[in-house]
Design a protein around this ligand. Structure first.
Ligand SMILES: C[S@@+](CC[C@H](N)C(=O)[O-])C[C@H]1O[C@@H](n2cnc3c(N)ncnc32)[C@H](O)[C@@H]1O
Length: 351
C-alpha cells in the first residue's frame, strides 16, 4: 500500500479458524485473525507494531508471522498468559510426553482435590478434581502449556454443561453434569493449537496502557493496531475468564481496577492512552483502531463518530462495513439492530 491509499476494510465471511492457535482460549472480545491479517498485509513496510490492548494476542501473533517486531500490552494477567503461550517454541512431542508422565503420576497417587467453592457448580466433581490435581504442576508448565491449561478449563466447563454454552459465552448451569476427562482434553488441545511463532523480536508486557511511556521509548513504534476496550464497558474478567480467575483464587477486584471498563471514566482513560500512543510512536506512524457501533439504551452510537470526537487529533480516515456471519450479526438479528464496524486510521505523516 502506498501511503496515499486508504487501508481497505474487507467484507469477510469467515472470521475464525477453530484449529488455529487462536482457538486456545475463548477470550472475550477476541478479534478475527483473518480480519487482522487483511489489515496487516496492507501496511507499507515491516516495522515495530504495538497492540496496547493485545488481549489474547491475535494481532501481535499474526503481525509477527508477517515479519514485524511486536509489542503487546494488556493489564489482564490471563490475556498476557494466553498471548505469551502463542510465542513459545519447543518440541511438542517432548511436551506431550512430559504431561503424560505427570498424569500417570497423578493417577497413581489417586488423590482427590476439590475446586474452590464458588466454581464447583460449573463442573462435574471428578473433572474438577482432575483440574485441581494438574494445577499442582502448573508452575512446571511452559507458557504454551499454561495457556492451553487455562483454555482446557473453559472447554471442560462447557463440556460438563453438555456443550450447551456457546464457544464465547457461558450459559445455564446443568443440574446433571457430564463427566469430561480433563487429562484427555488437555492433551488433545496441546496438539491441536500448536502453531508457534518465534519469540525473538517480541515483547509481551503485563501493564497499563495509560502509562506506556513508563516502559516504551518515545518515538520507537511504527504502527499501532488494536481493538480497544469499548465504551459499553465489557467486563474482561467475566464469563469463561471468571472461571479461571476463581480456580486460581485471583483477586478479580484488583485486576478490574487496572482495566478500562467503567462508563464514567472511559473517555478520560482512553484519552490518556491515546496521548501515550502519540508519544511512543514515530512521526510517520500509522495508528489503527478497530471499533464498532454500540447500543446504549435505545440509541446506536457510531464507533467512528465516537472515537473521532474523543481525541484532539481527527482521524485521517475511517472505513466502515457491516457485520458478517459472526456472533455480532446474530446479536443484531435478536436486537433488530444494524450495527457497523469501523477501522479508524490516524496517519501521523499528515499531522
Ligand atoms: C477488545 S479486547 C482485545 C482483544 C484482542 N484483540 C484479542 O484478539 O484477544 C481489549 C483488551 O483491553 C484490555 N485492557 C483494558 N484496559 C486496559 C489498560 N488500561 N491497559 C492495557 N490493557 C487494557 C482488556 O484486558 C482486553 O484484553
Amino acid at each position: 500500500m502506498s501511503r496515499q491509499n486508504a487501508i481497505k476494510f474487507k467484507f469477510v465471511q469467515n472470521v475464525n479458524n477453530p484449529k488455529s492457535i487462536h482457538g486456545i482460549f475463548p477470550y472475550r472480545g477476541k478479534i478475527s485473525p483473518i480480519d487482522a491479517i487483511n489489515i496487516l498485509i496492507q501496511l507499507p513496510k515491516k516495522g515495530v507494531l504495538l497492540d496496547p490492548f493485545c488481549g489474547s494476542g491475535t494481532i501481535i501473533y499474526e503481525a509477527k508471522k508477517l515479519g514485524h517486531c511486536v509489542i503487546g500490552v494488556d493489564s489482564n494477567p490471563i490475556a498476557i498468559q494466553i498471548s505469551k503461550g502463542k510465542f513459545c517454541e519447543f518440541d511438542i512431542n517432548e511436551s506431550i510426553q512430559k504431561i503424560r508422565l505427570i498424569i500417570k503420576k497423578i493417577e497413581k497417587m489417586n488423590r482427590y482435590f476439590s475446586l474452590p467453592d464458588k466454581v464447583k457448580k460449573y463442573f462435574h466433581e471428578k473433572t474438577g478434581s482432575e483440574i485441581m490435581n494438574l494445577k499442582e504442576y502448573y508452575d512446571e508448565f511452559n507458557d504454551y502449556e499454561k495457556a492451553v491449561f487455562l483454555g482446557t478449563i473453559c472447554l471442560a466447563a462447557r463440556g460438563c454443561n453438555h456443550y450447551k454454552w456457546s464457544s464465547t459465552q457461558i450459559g445455564q448451569i446443568s443440574n446433571d453434569k457430564k463427566y469430561i476427562n480433563f487429562y484427555e482434553k488437555f492433551l488433545t488441545k496441546l496438539r491441536k493449537h500448536y502453531y508457534p511463532v518465534n519469540s525473538i523480536g517480541s515483547q509481551i508486557i503485563l501493564s497499563d496502557s495509560r502509562q506506556l511511556t513508563n516502559y516504551l521509548r518515545e518515538k520507537s513504534v511504527d504502527y499501532v493496531y488494536t481493538s480497544p476496550p469499548y465504551f459499553d464497558a465489557l467486563d474482561y474478567t467475566s464469563n469463561y475468564t471468571r472461571l479461571v480467575h476463581l480456580i486460581f483464587n485471583n483477586d478479580v477486584e484488583d485486576i478490574r481496577k487496572k482495566l478500562i471498563q467503567r462508563y464514567d471514566s472511559y473517555a478520560e482513560d482512553m484519552k490518556k492512552c491515546f496521548d501515550e500512543i502519540v508519544k511512543v510512536t514515530k512521526d510517520d506512524a500509522i495508528i489503527i483502531f478497530v471499533v464498532g457501533d454500540k447500543k446504549r439504551g435505545n440509541e446506536i452510537i457510531n464507533g467512528g463518530d465516537y472515537f473521532s470526537n474523543l481525541f484532539d487529533r481527527k482521524p485521517t480516515y475511517i472505513a466502515q462495513r457491516e457485520y458478517t456471519n459472526t456472533p455480532s450479526k446474530i446479536w443484531d438479528k435478536i436486537n433488530k439492530t444494524h450495527r457497523k464496524e469501523q477501522i479508524i486510521v490516524w496517519d501521523k505523516s499528515t499531522w
